[in-house]
Write a protein that binds this ligand. Structure first.
Ligand code: HEC
Length: 158
């Protein structure tokens, strides 16, 4: 029985850790508040997002999500990201080449398209929105219905 208690305790703490990543405003220990804005199966989505982040985004936006000063903008606590989640999905899909101000600093480098499907873009942006200290809520496929996947050009941008 002792062994069971230990197992139970560690399972409970894992569950607490997982649920604390999932967004701060769920009542502790209790009824799941499901709103239409929260995607189904958050855990699967988050681990997919994490995997994409660690293979594709980390080189520029870094393990910390803090980016690189003057070159790659931060995703951690980024006012720009948190202001428009659908835009973030669109940029991850189609890239971005403009001047942007993130947390008061200008960035002008190009980000090429990073993923090929909306599903991947939504997964990685949800991961970003809920990691690196962010409590950015969620974005669903439905929210980005109107985002177009632009044709990829073979030639590098001029
Ligand atoms: C080769 C470097 C590079 C990689 C890899 C990269 N980015 Fe970016 N990212 C940038 C740059 C540069 C900008 C600024 C683009 C601009 O100024 O138009 C940017 C901007 C952004 C922005 C908007 C600005 C902000 O800070 O909120 C988001 C969101 C973003 N990237 C997400 C991602 C995600 C998600 C991935 C992985 C799927 C990724 N990026 C991979 C270089 C990169």
């Amino acid at each position: 029985m002792k062994r069971f208690a230990v197992l139970f305790t560690s399972f409970y703490s894992i569950a607490m850790i997982l649920s604390s990543c999932g967004g701060g405003n769920q009542p502790a220990g209790g009824g799941q508040t499901v709103t239409s804005n929260i995607p189904a199966d958050i855990q699967t989505l988050m681990s997919k997002g994490e995997q994409i982040y660690k293979t594709k985004c980390i080189v520029c936006h870094q393990n910390s999500g803090l980016g690189v000063e003057s070159v790659f903008p931060p995703l951690a606590n980024s006012d720009y990201l948190l202001a428009d989640k659908s835009r973030a999905v669109a940029q991850t899909l189609n890239g971005s080449k403009m001047e942007m101000t993130v947390n008061g600093k200008k960035f002008t480098q190009e980000m090429t398209p990073q993923v090929d499907t909306k599903e991947d873009a939504v997964a990685v942006i949800n991961y970003v929105l809920n990691n690196f200290g962010n409590k950015g809520g969620y974005v669903t496929l439905d929210d980005v219905k109107s985002v177009e996947i632009k044709p990829r050009t073979a030639a590098p941008a001029r």
